[in-house]
Design a protein around this ligand. Structure first.
Ligand code: NAD
Length: 282
């Protein structure tokens, strides 16, 4: 049986995946602000460093898997906090845990969001700044948009974390070292986070958002997908974003995706894919 690290283990989808892994006989090292094996605040650099170190100690340098579920929803006037936890809280911990995942041939799942593909007008420069680790700069851009800053920050943090994961996943350090890193993108899922939002000022907008299956998602169902992405069935997955959102992404984007790969992407890799010995892209 394996050892898994789960951030955000105290609530919602993190708690659901923790319960499932434990029921399957695995050991889970939970990380959260409270009620967890490792209590840490991922919004601070010290908290992220401590969480990374404590998990590596408890796991004795071997992690069969990691689930990055700690995160915050769109929150007005908390742009810095949301961007930091949702982006750096994933990037920094996974970067620190990578050698332990490699040691065990492990798998990692990041919880992104379908907000990354269904929120209009998210400023690209904010996403670029986040990817460069410049949270202050990204927040400055977002705050120019007044009341939209909260929604933009959430979507930008999820776009950035998904791009970071997809870029890393296909490199020699991850896929090339036997680690399967993938992203799950839920739509609105009935967790404490969504319950809070449904009591807030944007509740009407949330309820009006089109979900073709006509129901909010269930944390247990998302946990089942994550457990699959942590198991042998994911051996051939790297950098995939699995959308489990009741059809919202397809509703808005059915004609945008799939699409031919832009030539500039091929050029970035020097057309190395044409080499028959190039199994891993760096
Ligand atoms: P939740 O609020 O139930 O759980 C999130 C957990 O993260 C909580 O236990 C919280 O304490 C922890 N957390 C937050 N800030 C932290 C910090 N600074 N340090 C340590 N832990 C911290 O939410 P959820 O709905 O289960 O969300 C899990 C993930 O899924 C989040 O990344 C969220 O953005 C994403 N997501 C949620 C929905 C949804 O509708 N619920 C949809 C798409 C994506």
């Amino acid at each position: 049986m394996g050892t898994f690290a789960v951030t955000g283990s105290a609530s919602g989808m993190g708690a659901a995946v923790t319960a499932r892994l434990i029921a399957d006989g695995h050991r889970v090292i939970g990380v959260d602000r409270q009620t967890a094996d490792v209590v840490a605040d991922l919004s601070t650099e010290a908290g992220r460093t401590e969480a990374t170190r404590a998990v590596l100690d408890l796991a004795d340098g071997h992690l069969d898997g990691a689930v990055m579920a700690a995160g915050l929803g769109p929150t007005p006037r908390k742009e810095h906090l949301v961007a930091t936890v949702n982006f750096l809280g994933v990037r920094d911990l996974l970067t620190g845990w990578r050698p332990a995942l490699e040691a065990a041939g492990g798998k990692a799942v990041v919880i992104g969001s379908n907000s990354s593909t269904t929120t209009p007008l998210v400023p690209r420069s904010a996403v670029r700044r986040l990817l460069a680790g410049d949270v202050d700069g990204a927040v400055r851009v977002m705050r120019r948009f007044g009341p939209a800053a909260g929604a933009f920050t959430y979507a930008a943090s999820k776009i950035a974390v998904t791009r970071w994961a997809r870029r890393a996943a296909v490199t020699r350090a991850w896929a090339g070292s036997g680690i399967n890193l993938n992203v799950i993108a839920p739509g609105a899922v009935m967790t404490p986070m969504l319950r809070t939002q449904l009591q807030g000022q944007n509740a009407g907008q949330l309820r009006a958002f089109p979900i073709p299956t006509r129901r909010f998602g269930d944390p247990e169902n998302i946990a089942a997908w994550i457990v699959m992405m942590l198991g042998p069935a994911a051996a051939d997955m790297a950098g995939s974003m699995v959308v489990v959102d009741g059809g919202t992404d397809a509703h808005f984007r059915s004609d945008h995706w799939p699409a031919p790969v832009p030539l500039r992407s091929l050029a970035r890799y020097g057309f190395r894919f044409l080499r028959h010995d190039a199994h891993v892209v760096d």
